[in-house]
Structures are given as structure tokens and as C-alpha cells.
Ligand binder design. Structure first.
Ligand SMILES: Cc1cc2nc3c(=O)[nH]c(=O)nc-3n(C[C@H](O)[C@H](O)[C@H](O)COP(=O)(O)O)c2cc1C
Ligand code: SF4
Length: 381
């Protein structure tokens, strides 16, 4: 199984990185769920909290962790309260706490609420926040699984809610049964969060590798009446946007399938847009999000998101300058790979890929600018 938090890192490999001889290790559940368009972890925790708690405790048992911390985004206070009740049941039934079921191994389980920052979903910023510090990414190495890189400097597994919720099923039915679902490199099912211009938005659990067409049409009911799909963001605002050509609609929704199609699966927050949507507006909207959420630690992300937002505002106001498309493309490309965490790359994506796929949408704003200027001149203004 590959992690469902976004990067698709193999979960078993991650657990195996924990040094076996370390006396103190932790499991941290990433329930920050702050990616644009993602709303699956919430439904898992609301619908079947035991599945998550069981998966987290299996992970804890595997690495002999002494505590599980469930880090939830601040807005999930009601889910945290419900989880606390379930956790109390675990203690009552001897499934958490000291000497679980007489095994000689003990593990505490806690919930912790964040304060509503997107960056606290990034695992090292999450660990900082959990320790009571400012939620800013750490310099790596050391990585969370290593001594010095995890929670309170101890080796730590950080896994997404959906990842851990898959674990009980795999333990019960076996790896072979799980591998029979999905593709060779992307095993199992995935919850796809579909939103935007579709008739039936919602969470759909499908085998990895299911074609995008099936998700958008059969599950989500296609575009609104009288509209055509124009573009899709398969992994929310963070990943590359793709036009919904016939070829793209045939894309198998797997980690490798999305990469081959020029995008990423990420956490599978599929935002669909129809032909009424201006892609310049989309680029601006997503950029505003990243500008707001940049933690400000590194210059290319802090300054880049600020300037991209300002120039996009100018273009949308019809006051774009001839060189503006080249300018924002170059600012975004200079941010890529130059930052401490992936948010810098995420913020560059909406610019680079909307310009590449939808140049006419940008150009339209420049044509308007000329018209406005000519009208003003004609009026002698
Ligand atoms: C800016 C940023 C935000 C992220 N937000 C989340 C999030 O909300 N939830 C999540 O599970 N992972 C998020 N991640 C990914 C985590 O850093 C980490 O890879 C994940 O929790 C690992 O879990 P997994 O192996 O089960 O996928 C984010 C990463 C970045 C760079
Ligand atoms: S890339 Fe952005 S969010 Fe990430 S550490 Fe740098 S400034 Fe902070």
C-alpha cells in the first residue's frame, strides 16, 4: 500500500525505517486534511472512527510505539470530541493504555487540535505544531523516522488517516487480496473527493486505476446541464491542472497513471471545471490560497506567492502588461525546487500549467485591457 496523504510513499517501507532498538517511538496520524478539495479523512473519521483507531494501533504495535497522536485540523473539533469518546472505550476494553491485553506492551492514544493552518498538514510542520511550536517545516534530514527528526526528537511514523484506515482490511484479508485490487504499482482502493462543476459531488471509493471518465461521468454525473468539461485538478490546487481531452478522460487514476498524464494523483481531490470557467481566475484563486498559507520561512515561496498574486490581480483587472505572462511564468519556475517544503512547488503549479494549457484564457484579459484603454482614449479621458 502507498500512503494516501499525497506523496504515495510505500507505507510498509516507511514503518521499516523505525530503528528496532529505539526504546521510545511514536505514531502520528495526519488528520489535518487541509488540501483544497479534500474531504475524505473527515468522512472516514465520522463514519467509522474505529477503523482508523484500529489501523493506528496496529501501526503502533508494529513499531512498538508508546503513544499515538491524532493531529486534527482545528475545524474538526467535533470529530476530535467524538474520537475522544471512542478512545475512552479503547481504554475501558484494555485496547489502549498500559499492558494491552496482557501483552507487556502499552500505548496511549491522544487527539490534538491544530489551529487551521494548511502548512501544518506537512509532516514536519505538523510535528513542530504538535510540540507547541510555530507550525513551520523542519530542515531534513533527519527525517521523522530517524532519531532527532520525529516527535520530541524520537523516531516517528506519520501517516494519513486514509492510509491507516486501510490497514485493518489488509491484516484481515491478507496482502494478496489487497494487491488483487488496483494496479501493479498502486494497490487497493482510494477515496476520490469530487467537487466543482459536476452534478453529484462527493466521496467515491474506487479501485486505483479506474479511468477518470468513469469517476467524472458514472459516479459524479458529468458536467452541469448544457456544459462541457474544460479542465480538472486531480489533486486539488497543489497539482498540475490538465485539460479534459478524450485522452485525459481515459487516464487511469493511479499514482503512475496520473504522472504519465502530466499531473499527480496526490490525495485525489478531483476538482472539475466546465467551459464557463476562466483559467486565469482559477490561477489567481489558487495563488491567493498559497500566498495566505505560505509560512514565510523561505524567500522564493514567501515573495513568489506575494508577487504572483499581485500580478494576477493586475491581469484580472484588465491592467496587464505585455510581458506579464512571461513574468509570472518565470517567477513560478524560479520557485520550483528552491524551497524547504513542497508548498513552494505546489504554488508554482497553477501558474505554469494554466499558462501552458490555456494561453487563450490569459490572452483574453490583455485584449480587454487594450479595448478599455482605447475606449478611454476615444472618450478623451
Ligand atoms: C504543504 C503540504 C501540506 C500537506 N497536507 C497534508 C494533509 O493535510 N494531510 C495529509 O495526510 N498529508 C499532507 N501532506 C503530506 C504529509 O507531509 C505526509 O507526506 C503524509 O502525512 C504522509 O502520510 P502517508 O504516508 O500516509 O501518505 C502535506 C504535504 C505538504 C507539503
Ligand atoms: S516552501 Fe513556503 S510553506 Fe514551505 S517552508 Fe518554505 S515558506 Fe514555508
Amino acid at each position: 500500500m502507498r500512503g494516501r496523504g499525497g506523496a504515495g510513499f510505500p507505507t510498509g517501507v516507511k514503518w521499516s525505517f523505525i530503528p528496532p532498538s529505539e526504546p521510545l517511538t511514536y505514531v502520528v496520524v495526519n488528520a489535518d486534511e487541509s488540501e483544497t478539495g479534500t474531504f475524505k479523512d473527515r468522512e472516514i473519521m465520522e463514519g467509522n472512527p474505529h477503523q482508523l483507531l484500529e489501523g493506528a494501533l496496529i501501526c503502533a504495535r508494529a513499531i512498538r510505539a508508546s503513544a499515538v497522536y491524532i493531529y486534527l485540523r482545528g475545524e474538526f473539533w467535533d470529530i476530535a470530541a467524538a474520537l475522544d469518546e471512542r478512545i475512552a472505550q479503547l481504554y475501558d476494553e484494555d485496547l489502549a493504555g498500559e499492558d494491552i491485553l496482557g501483552s507487556g506492551w502499552g500505548c496511549d492514544v491522544f487527539t490534538h487540535l491544530g489551529a487551521g493552518a494548511y502548512i501544518c498538514g506537512e509532516e514536519s510542520a505538523l510535528l513542530e505544531s504538535l510540540e507547541g511550536k510555530l507550525g513551520m517545516p523542519r530542515v531534513r534530514p533527519p527525517f521523522p523516522a530517524q532519531k532527532g527528526g520525529g516527535l520530541y526528537y524520537e523516531p516517528t511514523v506519520v501517516n494519513n488517516v486514509e492510509t491507516l484506515a486501510n490497514v485493518p482490511w489488509i491484516m484481515e484479508h491478507g496482502a494478496a487480496a489487497y494487491r488483487a485490487i488496483g494496479t501493479e504499482q498502486s494497490t487497493g482502493t482510494k477515496v476520490f473527493c469530487v467537487s466543482g462543476n459536476v452534478q453529484r459531488p462527493g466521496n467515491y471509493e474506487l479501485a486505483l486505476g479506474t479511468p477518470l471518465r468513469e469517476l467524472l461521468y458514472d459516479c459524479a454525473g458529468g458536467p452541469p446541464e448544457g456544459r462541457q468539461f474544460k479542465a480538472v485538478l486531480p489533486s486539488g490546487g497543489s497539482g498540475p491542472i490538465v485539460p479534459t481531452t478524450e485522452e485525459i478522460l481515459d487516464t487511469p487514476l493511479s499514482y503512475e497513471g496520473c504522472v504519465a498524464a502530466g499531473t499527480i494523483l496526490g490525495s485525489a481531490s478531483v476538482i472539475a471545471m466546465d467551459d464557463s470557467v476562466d483559467m486565469t481566475w482559477v490561477a489567481s484563486k489558487v495563488t491567493k490560497f498559497f500566498r495566505h498559507e505560505s509560512c514565510g520561512k523561505c524567500t522564493p515561496c514567501r515573495e513568489g506567492t506575494y508577487w504572483l498574486d499581485r500580478v494576477l490581480d493586475r491581469i484580472l483587472a484588465g491592467e496587464g502588461r505585455a510581458q506579464d505572462i512571461r513574468l509570472i511564468d518565470s517567477v513560478a519556475k524560479n520557485m520550483q525546487g528552491a524551497t524547504l517544503c513542497a508548498l513552494g512547488d505546489f504554488a508554482a503549479n497553477p501558474i505554469i500549467h494554466t499558462i501552458a494549457h490555456f494561453p487563450a484564457d490569459f490572452q483574453a484579459h490583455f485584449e480587454n485591457a487594450v479595448e478599455v484603454a482605447s475606449a478611454a482614449e476615444a472618450a478623451g479621458d
